[in-house]
Design a protein around this ligand. Structure first.
Ligand code: NAD
Ligand code: MG
Length: 403
């Protein structure tokens, strides 16, 4: 029986993974080793019981007693804290879903590669912050990383057996996010609720806001560069409002292969779960006559500065990805707390990239995971200083927004 673990099981990707595992037979078809979550221990306990996991881990040590109580009588172990997440990753599994959000997902996924199985990677931050190290670790242990971000699953599938050398360019599709039709001059005043109204995809809150700012797409451009080894100038972003084409690969012979389907993450999650086979998935069939037409447009970088910043990050490479991600997460925290405006996020990220170069050389690679995490920690401090300075300047307006 296949041994699986699900990191971030209580999140949006995690729950959809749990759903697919349950539909595929649950405990009758899979041996679930570990499931992990954060604050919501009731949900975590339910998942652990449904899948009959060996161990359930909450990231929050303060919730351990609650988790224990919720698992009482089940025989399932309860654990908590960052070290427990690593211990869970050390338990051998054949297939591991990495669906923790943010840089916190890096270390457990990295550890899980040691088993030489499959790492289904939804946590895009892993590739942006430590792509080189992650791929080297996978190669060292004969592990395989399967991309779960819908665009990268699409590229992976569109590539098929063709070598990356045959690729002319990769075309990443973007919905444009919740604010795509807002007039440019109103964007600075957009609030959290505005940025969270995603037109097509139901996702976690953080990624939905990142989608409106296209920081999510910027991350995905870097992800494409890191995971597939495709040169930055061959990666293009187009706005595709319908979110039906999940991404495309244009080959040197002029052929363009597109991966299409309903906007449902279970396409990508299910593909990774069933790989290398294809199985029936509970996704809505694509109804082309009902869809009628599809549109494509070039994104405006004045509206989406993140798309410009990610080019600079790829040019510098080294530790620029980890700083970019950390600064983006901090800027997002400040936006979600109502302290800085929507358009101020990109300024915080850009200034952090500039500022940090007086702390260390951005161009040089991090030699190991600890160095990546150290760069991440320092970048967060710098980004926070910068964001606080920004919020001081616009406090009146952001307080209004927060209310
Ligand atoms: P989410 O916020 O819905 O869930 C995140 C999960 O991580 C939860 O289980 C939460 O408890 C856990 N978590 C949060 N902080 C943690 C910490 N510090 N330590 C340990 N666990 C922690 O997020 P999501 O939308 O499911 O996204 C998960 C990952 O997948 C992200 O990297 C995201 O960018 C990526 N992704 C998501 C989607 C989507 O449709 N939601 C699509 C593509 C990629
Ligand atoms: Mg995506």
């Amino acid at each position: 029986m296949r041994r699986i673990s699900i990191f971030g099981a209580t999140g949006s990707v995690g729950e959809q993974t749990v759903d697919l595992v349950a539909r595929a037979g649950g405990p009758a078809a899979f041996h679930t080793v570990a499931v992990t979550g954060g604050q919501n221990v009731a949900r975590l306990a339910r998942i652990a019981r449904d899948l009959r996991a060996e161990v359930a881990v909450t990231a929050d040590p303060a919730r351990l007693a609650n988790l224990r109580a919720a698992l009482d009588g089940s025989g399932i172990e309860a654990q908590a804290g960052p070290q427990a997440l690593l211990d869970a990753a050390d338990r051998p599994a054949d297939w591991v879903m990495s669906a923790i959000v943010g840089a916190a997902g890096l270390a457990p996924g990295f550890r899980a590669l040691r088993h030489g199985g499959i790492l289904a990677l939804a946590n895009k931050e892993s590739l942006v912050t430590a792509g080189k190290l992650l791929l080297a670790e996978a190669a060292r242990h004969g592990a395989r990383i399967l991309p779960v971000d819908s665009e990268h699953s699409a590229i992976f599938q569109a590539l098929g057996r063709d070598p990356v050398e045959a690729v002319e360019r990769v075309i990443l599709t973007a919905s444009g996010g919740a604010l795509r039709d807002w007039p440019l001059d109103r964007l600075a005043g957009a609030g959290v609720a505005d940025a969270c109204r995603h037109p097509n995809w139901a996702m976690g809150q953080r990624i939905t806001v990142d989608s409106a700012s296209m920081f999510n797409k910027a991350m995905e451009v870097i992800e494409t560069r890191e995971f597939f080894g495709i040169a930055p100038e061959r990666i293009e972003v187009v706005i595709h409002r319908e979110s039906v084409v999940h991404s495309m690969v244009a080959f040197q012979d002029g052929a363009v292969m597109a991966h299409m389907g309903s906007p449902d993450m279970r396409h990508a999650i299910g593909y990774a779960l069933n790989w290398p086979r294809r199985e029936r998935l509970p996704v809505a069939p694509l109804d082309l006559p009902a869809l009628g037409r599809m549109s494509f447009e070039a994104p405006d970088e004045a509206r989406y500065p993140a798309l410009r910043i990610c080019r600079e990050v790829m040019r510098i490479r080294g530790r620029a990805g980890v700083v970019f991600n950390a600064a983006k997460e901090v800027a997002l925290d400040h936006f979600l707390a109502g302290r800085i405006g929507f358009m101020a996020m990109s300024g915080v990220v850009e200034r952090t990239l500039e500022r940090i170069s007086s702390d260390f050389r951005l161009e040089s690679d991090a030699p190991d995971l600890d160095e990546v995490l150290a760069a991440d920690a320092l970048a967060r401090i710098r980004a926070d200083e910068i964001a606080r300075a920004v919020s001081g300047g616009t406090a009146g307006r952001s307080e209004q927004k927060a209310g």
